[in-house]
Write a protein that binds this ligand. Structure first.
Ligand code: HEC
Length: 478
């Protein structure tokens, strides 16, 4: 690694060269006395020029060229201890970047930003420290006081449908478990997941999650098209009938399954858009599965561990779906729309309320119709009679999700979310054994290692999640 002063000088020259570039590219200008550091103005001008076309204010990205120096320092995009390895710079050079390897961003530009990054405080914005605890939190989503002994981290998210632009996280551990607490804003809990509704003509229809986007539409274009005139896109508008979700993705560290690219690119390493040369993307294509942006890995055997909480399908059972992302080659297979996403071995703990002669089959035996209304525990199901269904008026809604206990490796994560309708926030608690033995899972068996992860928030969204653009680290404090 070059010495800091050389790095600074190189960057300095690059900065000055940049300012003078149209006049005389190679002119070496002596720095003004006392001005031996690159200025943030120079950094911002460089980023604006090279990155501004896609990362402008309002672009929905978590990195925007409008960020001031404090926002950039607090974003986790810089690594003051190893400035050349700053996630911001690595991303701009990575094939796992929506903008690809940005050629307009020269080595000199990179050195300038690195030299500035070297001078910034190391706020550890992308590190979640797990604190050892003697008392286990109750996994009820409420978040008892003992969580305050864990250091909070606030992770910026963007790029999708969430009202939240950040998720706060805390972590605790004991001899057996890792515990995670999460908090993010959402003005309402969304639980009307694709319900059965009786139509005016008396027939029943299981509703779609959303009006189907035209092929090759991008999420952001779909959001713009579905926003009220002059207003903001509202994921809770009546045409969206889905549920709130949250996902964490972890790298695995067994030699056979580890995903090196995830360490530097985060979730983008698993996000591929075949219609855009395989780079991360957000293109819909329901008719051509091989052209739609999906999650998958491009190397056989590689595994990312995915913890996927779904309000309607899992909260009733206090579980988080233990899934994984694996190798997949884009094929146009309408029966396998999940790409490289798969459940770990075991029963998934939910199914849809099946159709009998085109109408829903079950209701809940509990009074008050269903409890909660949009998910029925399998043990509470009662078959509806023809007479009962015939008497239901148009507009009647019947839950379309039946839940049951998960089993096997799929059931290895406990979790529960609670929505506070006054504070307008979700709080959530998750518990997983440090070591599960399943090769589809991250094993927290080495407490000296940093574990890389990413996070996604689905605000009444089927796939259109807001996500952390950069890799995050979990570190166990002794
Ligand atoms: C042609 C468009 C384009 C350009 C130019 C571009 N990017 Fe990106 N960038 C994207 C897209 C799309 C994503 C989201 C997918 C991903 O994470 O790679 C992204 C994501 C990122 C992220 C992750 C955080 C986030 O905002 O989602 C960083 C950091 C980033 N880019 C840095 C840069 C830097 C630095 C430059 C300029 C040197 C740059 N990008 C130029 C399109 C672009």
């Amino acid at each position: 690694m070059p010495s800091m002063s050389r790095l600074r000088t190189t960057a300095m020259m690059a900065a000055l060269g940049l300012a003078a570039c149209t006049a005389d590219k190679d002119a070496i200008v002596d720095p003004a006395p006392g001005d031996d550091t690159p200025s943030f103005a120079a950094v911002q001008a460089t980023l604006t020029r090279a990155c501004g076309s896609c990362h402008a204010a309002g672009s929905g990205r978590t990195f925007t060229v409008a960020m001031d120096s404090a926002a950039l320092v607090g974003s986790g995009l810089l690594n003051p201890l190893n400035p050349g390895a700053s996630p911001l710079l690595v991303k701009a050079r990575s094939s796992a970047h929506g903008g690809g390897n940005v050629t307009a961003f020269t080595k000199g530009d990179s050195a300038l930003v690195a030299a500035w990054a070297a001078l910034q405080p190391n706020v550890g914005a992308n590190t979640l420290f797990a604190t050892r605890t003697d008392f286990a939190p109750t996994i009820d989503g409420l978040g008892e006081a003992l969580w305050t002994q864990a250091q909070p981290i606030v992770i910026p998210i963007g790029g999708g449908w969430a009202a939240a632009d950040a998720v706060a996280m805390r972590a605790l551990y004991d001899d057996h478990y890792l515990y995670i607490y999460l908090r993010w804003t959402d003005n309402q809990a969304s639980f009307k997941r694709q319900p059965w509704i009786r139509r005016d003509d008396g027939t029943w229809l299981a509703q779609a999650a959303k009006p189907t986007p035209a092929a090759e539409t991008e999420w952001n274009a779909y959001m713009a098209a579905n926003a009220p005139a002059g207003g903001r896109f509202d994921p809770e508008a009546p045409q969206f009938l889905y549920e709130d979700k949250l996902a964490l993705i972890w790298n695995t560290y067994a030699a056979a399954t580890h995903v090196p690219e995830f360490e530097t690119a985060g979730c983008a390493a698993a996000c591929h858009d075949p219609s855009k040369g395989g780079k991360p993307g957000t293109t819909y294509n329901y008719a051509r599965q091989d052209l739609a942006a999906k999650k998958y890995l491009t190397v056989q055997g590689q595994i990312l561990d995915m913890w996927h909480w779904k309000l309607v399908r899992h909260n009733q059972q206090s579980k988080v779906d233990d899934q994984h992302v694996r190798y997949w080659a884009p094929v146009n297979d309408a029966t396998a729309p999940s790409g490289g996403r798969a459940g770990d071995a075991g029963l998934e703990g939910y199914r849809t309320n099946p159709a009998t002669s085109g109408r829903p089959t079950f209701k809940s035996r509990l009074t008050g119709h269903n409890n909660p209304f949009y998910a029925i525990a399998e043990v509470d199901t009662v078959r509806m009679t023809d007479a009962e269904l015939a008497a239901m008026p148009a507009g009647t809604v019947v839950a379309n999700v039946l839940t049951s206990p998960m089993t096997g490796n799929r059931a290895q994560i406990d979790g529960r979310g609670v929505h506070d309708n006054v504070a307008k926030v979700w709080t959530m608690e998750i518990r997983r054994r440090l070591v599960t033995g399943d090769d589809k899972d991250v094993q927290f068996d080495d407490r000296t290692r940093a574990y890389t992860f990413g996070i996604g928030v689905f605000d009444n969204a089927q796939i259109e999640h807001s996500y952390s653009g950069m890799p995050l680290s979990l570190v166990f404090k002794p």
